[in-house]
Write a new protein. Structure first.
Length: 357
């Protein structure tokens, strides 16, 4: 994301920092304050659990999305190809990383196009940063969609990252007007996504009123782009940016709070619960408190580089199936009616925001 002149190198550097550095936290997702109740006598057999969920006019076999990460740099064609292959195999949704590099240099388009060679039937979501989205004309925005025959286009609101990034452009002036215009003119739906600081009730409300029906909360508690940029600033010996990042690293809405805020603001929208979803246990809780599906980024990247991507996804989806059965539910709509306990600081957050529990 936030690709500038040296776009390709930065994209690779991000992957490197995420794989080697400590870039998660310091917040947690607050999903640890959400509890579902184990039902020891559940007669729901795993094979009868239906995890299907409608998404972008298609049906996912499991409520999971690999959220946008990469493309636009050497080597990323291979990663995107593999991610697309597993998305198709498991019947889950796939996002690509920021396509800005390919708008600036069409030779890079293939690093994104490759996903459609494999992901032929599952939904694929394009991606662009808020800063570029405001500046691009409708023609350029349509190119993003056409490049990968996207089922939706994600606009990522990475303002906090832009603030912390040594060469960032924290300027979203004109965003809402542009969202309204594009939501009206483009036949492909726009998804609004964060990248790790979460979407608030106010933001989701305003954007739903602007015509948006798809949100990916990407809350705090998982990959933290302020910490990623802090690592980069350290590598560049940019002491000032390093200290700026240190000062704001705790900023953000923890994922559990963000999912609930988004759901309250847009009861009929599709909400992707993401940001620090690290286990099936996290996933079922996110699904219970308001997410239609869950999104994952860093764990997928780690599993890809570790050579265990398919096992990772198989275990993750199996775990969602198992825990759904252990609550006594046969599908996700039953899961959403099961008891949930919201405790501690998350409860206080919701009460002080005036939300009923
Ligand atoms: C290496 C890497 C690159 C990313 N690039 C993008 C991007 O280009 N566009 C975007 O919207 N989000 C991007 N993200 C953010 C993820 O889609 C996701 O919102 C965020 O990492 C939180 O999820 P996680 O905690 O599961 O990693 C990137 C994440 C990673 C790990």
């Amino acid at each position: 994301m936030g690709l500038g002149g040296e776009a390709r190198l930065r994209k690779l550097e991000h992957v490197d920092v995420v794989l080697r550095g400590r870039v998660e936290g310091p917040n947690t997702t607050w999903l640890e304050y959400v509890f579902l109740v184990h039902q020891a006598s559940s007669e729901v057999h795993l094979s009868s659990v239906n995890l299907e969920v409608p998404f972008l006019g298609k049906t996912l076999k499991a409520p999971v999305m690999i959220t946008g990460m990469t493309g636009g740099a050497p080597g990323t064609e291979e990663i995107n190809g593999k991610l697309a292959e597993v998305a198709e195999k498991f019947g889950i949704a796939l996002g690509v990383g920021s396509q800005r590099a390919a708008i600036e240099d069409p030779k890079l388009e293939q690093t994104f196009r490759v996903v459609r060679e494999y992901a032929r039937n599952v939904p694929v979501v394009g991606n662009i940063g808020g800063h570029e989205f405001v500046r691009y004309d409708l023609n350029q925005i349509s190119r993003l969609v056409d490049m990968i025959n996207a089922d939706a286009l994600a606009v990522h609101l990475n303002l906090t990252q832009e603030v912390a990034q040594p060469e960032g452009t924290p300027d979203f002036r004109g965003l809402i007007a542009k969202v309204k215009l594009v939501a009206r003119e483009l036949s492909t739906p726009i998804m609004i996504k964060e990248v790790g600081q979460g979407l608030s009730y106010e933001v989701v409300k305003e954007l739903s009123e602007a015509g948006i029906k798809l949100f990916d909360v990407a809350g705090a508690g998982g990959t933290n782009w302020v910490l990623v940029e802090k690592h980069r600033a350290q590598r560049m010996s940019d002491r000032l940016k390093e200290l700026i990042a240190t000062n704001i690293a705790e900023w953000g809405i923890p994922t559990a709070a963000s999912i609930i805020e988004a759901r309250k603001a847009a009861p009929d929208s599709i909400i992707v619960g993401s940001g620090g979803i690290r286990s099936s246990f996290d996933a079922v809780k996110a699904l219970r408190i308001g997410a239609d599906l869950v999104g994952l980024a860093t764990p997928v990247l780690r599993a890809y580089y570790g050579g265990y991507l398919e096992e990772f996804l198989q275990a993750f989806i199996h775990g969602i199936r198992a825990l759904t059965a252990l609550t006594g539910s046969r599908d996700l709509s039953e899961l959403r009616r099961k008891p949930v306990i919201i405790t501690s600081i998350l409860r206080e957050w919701l009460l002080s925001r005036g939300f009923s529990l």
